[in-house]
Design a protein around this ligand. Structure first.
Ligand code: MG
Ligand code: MG
Length: 314
């Protein structure tokens, strides 16, 4: 990986003795992503009313849903993040656009349990034409944001332009839209400020900054139930849950019980509040409920990505 952070950044990002805490938060983010995905997948595409009728409050990892998942299994949100993470580790630094496209292509060939339309279109375009980046489009789906966590971990302590370039190069393999770009970068920053210890106020400051740049994302108003795969809906639901609840469990229960694209709102909320909570702050019953292989991948990949980060160079 190229040297990214300035010396000042490195000093700020590396207070002595805090790297164990950083690792705890990075693993918490990756496990939080998987937990939110596994929890939300059960109620994906249901309405809050249907969820209440069937489960009361859905707060247990139990599988099922329209994908008929085994309990503890995850979906594309987590497995695409893993694919991107592996590409970073294989490259030993930021994978270029073609390496990202190759990673997503291999992921699709492995027959994932689900795949979004925009993601499929982007990968098929890469296969047919060899173009690794999508043309600008009005399509503002949430598929680029749901898989951005590896960028947040591997660029911790990097300069802003480096973080932005890494966030967008992976996003634009499939999504090329000002709203998806902004949300992806914002989600990366939310995770990074959470790992840096800025707390929920730091995360919400990023959410407000996103709304200041693109008013569509303003979330401090009407409740967003049934969030669609439109990134604005997704981020509004996630930010409302983070602003309205305290603690990892309460935020995830709030966001997935809104239904709609619940595995993805769960995944994005999970990575952010997982970074706030750290691995040691995650509810044991949820952590245990995630499939063991997924759990091990979460920790292995989070550690590997963090090792690549400029913040980890003492
Ligand atoms: Mg999914
Ligand atoms: Mg989804």
């Amino acid at each position: 990986m190229v040297a990214l952070g300035s010396e000042v950044d490195a000093v700020l990002a590396e207070p002595a003795g805090l790297s164990a805490e950083r690792l705890n938060r990075a693993c918490g983010a990756m496990l939080g992503l998987a937990i939110g995905d596994a929890l939300g997948a059960t109620v994906e595409f249901m309405t809050p009313r249907e969820i209440a009728a069937q489960y009361g409050v859905h707060d247990r990892i139990r599988g099922g849903g329209w994908l008929k998942l085994p309990s503890g299994e995850v979906t594309d949100d987590t497995t695409m993040s893993f694919a991107l993470a592996e590409a970073w580790l294989a490259a030993g630094g930021p994978p270029d656009a073609r390496a990202c496209a190759d990673a997503f292509d291999a992921w699709m060939r492995a027959k994932p349990v689900d795949i979004g339309n925009t993601v499929r279109r982007g990968i098929v375009r890469w296969r047919l034409h060899g173009t690794a980046q999508a043309e600008p489009s009005s399509d503002a789906g949430n598929g680029a944001t749901m898989r951005c966590l590896p960028v947040a971990l591997a660029t911790l302590g990097a300069e802003a332009e480096v973080i932005e370039a890494a966030a967008l190069v992976q996003a634009r393999v499939t999504h090329h839209n000002p709203l998806t770009d902004a949300a992806t970068l914002s989600a990366v920053r939310m995770v990074q400020v959470a790992i840096a210890g800025a707390g929920v106020d730091g995360v919400l400051a990023e959410a407000d900054a996103l709304a200041a740049r693109h008013a569509e994302f303003f979330f401090r108003d009407r409740r967003c139930d049934n969030p669609s795969g439109y990134i604005v809906d997704t981020m509004r639901a996630v930010c409302q849950a983070i602003a309205g609840q305290r603690g990892f469990e309460a935020v995830l229960v709030d966001v997935v019980n809104r239904g709609g694209d619940a595995d993805t709102t769960g995944a994005i909320a999970g990575m952010i509040v997982g970074a706030l909570a750290g691995e040691t702050g995650l509810p044991a019953h949820w952590r245990q409920a995630v499939k063991a292989g997924v759990r091990m991948d979460c920790v292995r990949l989070a550690s590997g990505l963090l090792e690549l980060a400029p913040a980890s160079r003492g």
